[in-house]
Structure formats: structure tokens, C-alpha cells
Design a protein around this ligand. Structure first.
Ligand SMILES: Nc1ncnc2c1ncn2[C@@H]1O[C@H](COP(=O)(O)OP(=O)(O)OP(=O)(O)O)[C@@H](O)[C@H]1O
Ligand SMILES: [Mg+2]
Length: 247
């Protein structure tokens, strides 16, 4: 049986051709995910975490390597179908023109699916957004509201793989807790594979069973139990602070 998701020798060239710069942002990245796990992706700023997630969702193209979803290469898969299965929730939530409801309906429309208004209402409530007027212009929502709307937009697709890019960065503690609870619950019920970028190591510990550390163009894979055996403050010094000699 093929793995759920495979990354084979993935590489992305660096735009910067300066003397010091490496040819690659990252290269020879490989990973095999056989079960719907919860992966925390951590690493200092500029190491390529967002670039990697965008490539996994085919919003950007790899320069080398392959990606396989259920054993099928992205090279032989229709991009729209791939994005139905692998959904990226951006670091900077981008709202489409129109109302909040237009935004929620848009993904179903795009993929020719029926809009599940009951699920949308339930998710809005669970994320503390039930006060929101759905007729409000999405562009007028706050940063934290936009982040949760864009998360709901992705959940409505029921993707196999959910790529979460610092999605609680502009949320207060209370809303962050709601997002974490919802996603842990969703993961259990829907068996969705989560790959979640965060700079908050306490959050990484709470939400993951596996930790990927990105730095110096490489990806290290740890079980979260063994990774978080060390105190978070020590790990932050080692892995989150910009490392001398890195990008
Ligand atoms: N071809 C490329 N595609 C994307 N980014 C590139 C490329 N070439 C160079 N870069 C640079 O590589 C870095 C990767 O940025 P990216 O947003 O992926 O990092 P990140 O790990 O998500 O950082 P942060 O934690 O700050 O969000 C940026 O400095 C970007 O300008
Ligand atoms: Mg990023």
C-alpha cells in the first residue's frame, strides 16, 4: 500500500545569487507520511517553511524532486484536484472580494461542491465568530477574523492534508485555544494530516506528535515526545533563534 504523502528529494532554488548565498533555499528534502499525523514545522525566520508548504499545495513549483499523494505524483495530477486534497491556510490571510459568506461559499463553487452551510455555521461558532455579520465585507474584518475565516474556508473542503502557516499568529489566547481545540477534534474525526508551522514551541508541543525542524536547507524529523524531552527554552535557543552563518 502506498504512503499517504511522500516528499522525494525536493529542492527550491534561491533567488539570491549573492556570493554568500547557497544555490538552494532547501534541497534533498524527503519525508514519508503513512498515517494522518500531526506535524509541527518549526525553524527560524526565512528558512523556507512557508515556501515548503506553498510547494506542497502546488501554489509554488519545486525546482527538483517529486510529491506523491496516495502514490500519485503531482506531475500526473490535475492541480485543482490536488488542491482539493491538500489545502494551504496562509500566514497572511487573503480575502477574496465580497462578503464573509461569499468567501466561505467560494471554495465549494470553485470545486463544484455543494456548500455546507450547517458545517460553516458550526465552525464559525466553534471559532468564536458567530457574532460576525456574514454580509460584512471580508476586507473590513480584522486580521484575526480573516485568519479564522480562511481556516474555515479550507476546512469546508475537507482536505486530506491541511497545511497551516502560523494561523494563530494574530489571535488572542482565547481564540488560539479555540483554534487548537477545533483542529485536534477535526483531526480525530476526519483523519486529516496536519502540518502546522509555528514559532510558539509550547503550541508545537501541544498540537503535534511529530516535529520537523527546518534550518540550513535541511529538514530534521523527530518524534515530538523525544524532541520535547528538553526544556522549551533550550530548544528555542537552538532552533528558533537565527543561527549564526544561516540565511
Ligand atoms: N524561489 C524562492 N521562493 C521563495 N522564497 C525564496 C526564493 N528564493 C529565495 N527566497 C527567500 O527565502 C526565504 C524563505 O522565506 P519563507 O517565507 O519560506 O521563510 P519562513 O521560514 O516561512 O519564514 P517566517 O518564519 O519568517 O515566516 C525568504 O527570505 C525569501 O525571500
Ligand atoms: Mg513563513
Amino acid at each position: 500500500m502506498s504512503a499517504l504523502f511522500e516528499i522525494h528529494n525536493l529542492a527550491k532554488h534561491n533567488w539570491d545569487n549573492g556570493d554568500q548565498a547557497s544555490k538552494y533555499i532547501f534541497s534533498q528534502l524527503s519525508a514519508e507520511i503513512t498515517e494522518p499525523e500531526r506535524i509541527a514545522l518549526i525553524g527560524a525566520s526565512g528558512q523556507g517553511k512557508s515556501t515548503l508548504l506553498r510547494i506542497l499545495a502546488l501554489l509554488d513549483t519545486p525546482d527538483e524532486g517529486d510529491l506523491l499523494l496516495d502514490g500519485a505524483s503531482y506531475k500526473n495530477t490535475n492541480v485543482r484536484l490536488w488542491r482539493m486534497g491538500v489545502s494551504y491556510v496562509a500566514q497572511q490571510a487573503v480575502m477574496l472580494p465580497g462578503s464573509v459568506e461569499d468567501n466561505l461559499r467560494m471554495v465549494s463553487k470553485l470545486h463544484g461542491l455543494a456548500y455546507d452551510s450547517v458545517l460553516a455555521a458550526q465552525l464559525l461558532k466553534q471559532l468564536g465568530l458567530d457574532y460576525l455579520d456574514l454580509g460584512k465585507q471580508a476586507a473590513d474584518c480584522s486580521g484575526g477574523e480573516k485568519q479564522r475565516i480562511s481556516l474555515i474556508r479550507s476546512l469546508l473542503l475537507r482536505p486530506r492534508i491541511l497545511l497551516l502557516d502560523e494561523i494563530t499568529a494574530s489571535l488572542d489566547i482565547n481564540s488560539t485555544q479555540k483554534v487548537e481545540e477545533l483542529l485536534m477534534d477535526w483531526h480525530l474525526k476526519e483523519e486529516t494530516l496536519l502540518i502546522w508551522v509555528t514559532h510558539d514551541l509550547e503550541q508545537a508541543r501541544r498540537i503535534s506528535n511529530r516535529t520537523w525542524v527546518m534550518g540550513r536547507g535541511e529538514l530534521q524529523d523527530h518524534s515530538s515526545d523525544s524532541f520535547f524531552a528538553e526544556p522549551v527554552a533550550v530548544l528555542a535557543q537552538k532552533f528558533i533563534q537565527p543561527v549564526k552563518g544561516s540565511l
